[in-house]
Ligand binder design. Sequence first.
Ligand SMILES: [Mn+2]
Length: 680
Amino acid sequence: MRRNVVGQMEWKMPCITDDNLDAFVQSGFTPLLTAVLRARGADTPEKARLYLLRDESKLCDPMLLSDMGKAVARIELAIEKHQKVAVYGDYDVDGITSVCLLLDYFQGRGLYCEVYIPDRLDEGYGVNKKAIEALREKGIDLIITVDCGITAIAETQYAKSIGMDIIITDHHECLHNLPEAAAVVDPKRPDSAYPFGELAGVGVAFKLICALEGDYKSPLERYADIVAVGTIADVMPLIGENRFLVYKGLEKLKNAPLPGFAALLEEAGAANKPLTTNTVGFTLAPRINAAGRLCKTETSIKLLLSKNMEEASIWAKELCSLNRRRQELEMEVWAEAMATLADEEQKSPIVLESAKWHPGVVGIAASRLSEEYRLPTIMICVDDENGKGSCRSYGDFNLFEALSACSEHLESFGGHAFAAGLNIKPENIAAFRKALAEYYRLNPPTAHPAIEPEILICDPAILNMKGVESLNELEPCGSGNEHPLMCICNAVLESATPIGNGKHLKMRVSKKGLIFDCVFFSHTAESLGAFEGETVDICFNPQINDFNSRKSVQLLITGVRRSDTLVKCRDIIEKDEYCLDEVRHFRPERDELAGLWRKIKNLGGRLELNYDKFSEDFDLNFMEPIKLCLCIRILCELKLIDVSIRNGRIFCLASQTTEKTELQQSPLFRILWESGLVKA
Ligand SMILES: [Mn+2]
């Protein structure tokens, strides 16, 4: 069935909380930042500082990349001998930025250089023989690949056989053998001594320039923005060297961007707004990518190579219009797919086909559909003889293995566990769909994406302005260094008001006397699964809201659920913490307390409970979990039992006392009953 009901997502609670922060706070960290850093494994202030560092100490020596010396020598030779060079790239943002980066640099060095980007539909990804032939005919002596080529073993051999040299620069995984090229530069080479394996294709190209220059300073000043855009768009982890490159790149995008980026920001309405990794990921990258999807890659290249704003704004306009076209095409595919699936409940992987879809956008549509239905999705563009499919998985279902198992129905396939592509004859689609459904039934996914906060905030006071502002030190955030997700449990949902024509929700949530403003995008009061006045758990990313120059803390909600009984039980037993209005409903009667006490005695004075399995461990027919926890707490306060917690289990031991006790001696009992009297 369709998702979007928040309550359906599974929550995985963090073990790390916001306590024991002293050493960090003494070193100048805010409690909030400390909690995040500790959750990420920085358990001392020194490690935390290293984690946050974003200066040139993160840069590695480019000569540590295998074959870098050979690459530099071959390129210097090309410059010296006035040879003709082609940079061979890819149609995605990483590929396009890589190509433009090298082209601009080589032209600056007086080298004859042109670019080659294969056509997405006719040629597909990577180096191909036809392209090599075409480049040879144009008199090219040396091909330098960027963001591709590491698997082009036969193609490299072919180029050699017709008298051309190839330098491979790539960042993809290597096969067992490497191409026999003039140089193979890839941080993923098994023999690599390079300390950082997560460079983007454009990162590797940048390191090549640094090696040619013998220094990083002027290349960084000149190209940081282009490197950052490719790195963010390729969803590379923003750690290590990437953290520094992207940090510098965002600065350059803000202060002195390439005319192409400035024009595109302007045209997209993003100029003069805060510039973050999200601006790159959601504004710049989709527009640059739209060109490749619609086979107009040259538009993006012309944009990036524009020398002034007048020229750049022509291409920026063009890209924005291509992007709108891309969105329309995507909507068409989406609408047709939804109409086919109707509102029927889907239980097997979705396999759809059409002759009308644009192949450049089915991948995005398949990804959206897989999330909407929470199922692996395959969308196939068919003509008379062939079907070409884009596949996206969901959860931990291994799509590559599934395709292997059903390969008798396929012409060919390739890819990874999460995303793949396939070729199939139209007449085989029905049988393939059936085989895949059967495979899915026998090998269902075991894990689904869940709501996974990093830290549990016990003291909401640390979510103050100073704390939230200190999270800026984590920037640039993105893949591998995410915006920190936090949760608060047992907060009261004070209000939930629709905003933005009912598309989004504004919420107010209170905890321990503090009220927080929250926004929950793309959700309605109905999809929330909780009502005003209820206690809820919220998962969120804290932000500073700057409205009319008035700054305030705002929580950007990513998940809400009615509070978990388990968490409430934990709070009562371990922290003596509870929401009175709620637990009063469960307050135990005198004879219920006596009943539990007798039960413990009958068990030899020892009762052992597991938080996760209250009902399995203990006959609870007579008592709700929260009531049971209140009873345990009260018996503990009366010194009738001792309670200890080990490995998530609660141990209640009857104490040796024989004195008569008075229930009124338990503060909890008094509070529960007195407040009840007031209320009544
Ligand atoms: Mn790449």
